[in-house]
Design a protein around this ligand. Structure first.
Ligand code: ADP
Ligand code: TRP
Length: 216
């Protein structure tokens, strides 16, 4: 059984990331074939790039290792080190009806929160499908916000297989019901993009200040 998950290097890792996906991967690496990666191409959708992104990518990679992802037991990599994912992304784009992307909640939520609408933000579920389908996992552990993206990956894979035969593994998402959406300090979904996180490696003073700011 192969499990795969990715985390964007868009800021410090928080307890939503931990309960939503990292914890499940840590448990699984003892018994299953686990694949975990730092999704640095994805972080470009919110405007990160250059030196800042390079730094965040290394920071997220070291945080993953510090939390216990063991490269002896799990396959662990930085997304941009395997360029084939971009080739598959383009190939899968031809099997992605526009309506599938137009219905994606994440795009609507992010643009509603003021994140600039650009093509990479819109087409990001296709890149996520490529991330998954390139490595043929059966299971993708994610938080609730990512379920729709795994469903999109399934839909694309089925369309591709209908055209070319049984080539792509159809993945299933896995969520931990009790922590599917960990709330942030403002009561909404905790997210690096929303400035409402409790960081795993955060300092108590800063976390308390952030919490008090959001409560006022
Ligand atoms: P963020 O929204 O902070 O940028 P990511 O998009 O990098 O986080 O998410 C990485 C993983 O952590 C995904 O599987 C996602 O579903 C999960 N995750 C993120 N935020 C939460 C949350 N508040 N509750 C549960 N899981 C979460
Ligand atoms: N889109 C995910 C998020 O924002 C991160 C991610 C990218 C991912 N590629 C993935 C998660 C593949 C699981 C599988 O949380």
């Amino acid at each position: 059984m192969r499990l795969l998950t990715g985390i964007q290097p868009s800021g410090d890792l928080h307890i939503g990331n931990y309960f939503g996906s990292i914890k499940q991967m840590l448990e699984a690496q003892r018994t299953s074939d686990t694949f975990a990666f730092v999704a640095n191409y994805h972080a470009m959708t919110s405007g990160n790039g250059g030196e800042k992104l390079a730094k965040l990518t290394m920071q997220t990679a070291t945080d993953f290792l510090a939390l216990g992802i063991d490269p002896e037991k799990s396959t662990f990599w930085i997304q941009s080190d395997v360029k084939d994912v971009l080739e598959l992304y383009w190939t899968l784009s031809s099997f992605t009806p526009m309506g599938l992307l137009e219905r994606a909640h994440s795009y609507k939520d992010k643009t509603a929160k003021g994140i600039a609408a650009n093509h990479s933000l819109f087409s990001y579920p296709v890149l996520m499908a490529a991330d998954i389908l390139l490595y043929s996992p059966q299971i993708v552990p994610v938080g609730k916000d990512q379920i729709q993206h795994v469903e999109i990956a399934r839909d694309i894979a089925i369309k591709f297989n209908n055209a070319y035969g049984d080539i792509l593994q159809i993945p299933e998402f896995r969520i931990q019901e009790d922590v599917a959406t960990v709330p942030g300090t403002d009561g909404q979904k905790m997210s690096k993009s929303y400035g409402n996180t409790v960081n795993i490696f955060g300092e108590e003073k800063k976390t308390t200040q952030n919490y008090q700011k959001n409560c006022n």
